[in-house]
Design a protein around this ligand. Sequence first.
Ligand SMILES: Cc1ncc(COP(=O)(O)O)c(C=O)c1O
Length: 438
Amino acid sequence: MPESRRQQVLDCLRQFESPNVTYLPSDSQWPMVWNRARGMEVWDVEGNTFMDFTAAFGVAAAGHAAPAVVRAGRAQMGCLLHAMGDVHPHPLKGELARRLSDLTFGRWTESGVKTHGKVVFCNSGFESIEVALKTACQATGRDRVLGFSGAYHGLGYGALVTTHRSHFRGRFGQQLAHFADWVDFPEAEDALARVRSCLEERLMRGGYGAILVEPVQGRGGIRVPPPGFLSLLRELCDAHGTLLIVDEVFTGFGRTGKWFACEHDRVVPDLICLGKALTGGFPLSAMVGEAALMDRAWPKSSGEAIHTSTYLGHPVGCAMALAQLEILERRRLVERSRRMGEYFLRSLRESTLGDQSGVSLRGRGLMVGIEFRDHQCQPDSRLSLQLLEDLLEQGYIVLPDGDQGQVIGLTPPLIVSKSQISSFVCVLEELYQRAIAS
Ligand SMILES: Cc1ncc(COP(=O)(O)O)c(C=O)c1O
């Protein structure tokens, strides 16, 4: 029998891609091979249809290939495909910088004062973290950074220092700088006092230029901190002259039901890192800092920027981002994320999963997690990974999160409907019953 298109693609990857990139188990329907995607739907190379409950790592917030975003990208490609990052700019770079400033510091008021933001454009989420780390170092003259257990800030050699999970650092730990320390990420209100004392103890020692935090941990297992956590960080940062960096690469642009997740606690950070949903599908990210701080931290360019890259502020990415932000606003997708997220969590809680002792359900907006534990209360990644594969067979794309993959992470496009959520919950319920019976 001739090989299927899917098999041809996977064989090609087996032969020519580095072995540690795509997970290619034998005798499995994992992975599916993408051909086309629109809205919530994805078609594979064999013509099968899938519902994407990941928004492809949170990128497709307005749905896959939102027509206005595609149109903007296409038009820009036909006009100007590449400009000169930090040297000769193009108009959209300034326009998007202003839009990001308006959406962040322009909307936030701290101590009754409104300011604005200044932006550094980058190519991927991890690079925006690295720019924030550099900014903190420049602004405070201090080298160390405090982060949290379970943190994921990306895998570049700078960001990796702050990513907590040892799996990613592995052998490279020998080469990496060691400027980060971690404190336990709190998941309950009664953990806050301990977090306060651990942070205070570290900050008193001095040398910390920044606290770096995900307002909701994504890859760490959709971990939602208790109310008051970010305000505590703000208070401690203010007391010790330390900068508060929020990593909103995943949570930004409505994912948690607010434009930015730090807004749930009404906390204004010093620096915010953005990526993923910014463009809906083009590798463009950004770090936005409060304007006066950025002016203090960075000298005016004398012709050779201290941080830049070839593709900085790519015109196609900027055009797509402006279109994507316009859709998020016009279609009120941020508010929709809040409503649909509540519906999602309520549906899960009212399903048979809701009263299982080994299942923990949590989330904020359309960032929902289901954690599985066995009888000894240990992470049950066997069950979660089984469900992941079963869901794929039933036409649902979902991802594992948590340090052992024991959490099913659900971050669908913000356009997901109630009926799509209900159907998903029904299928999951059935698969779960089947899995625990076997
Ligand atoms: C919170 C957070 N920060 C940073 C990153 C890194 O982004 P990228 O993979 O675009 O480098 C990710 C990626 O998942 C993330 O979830």
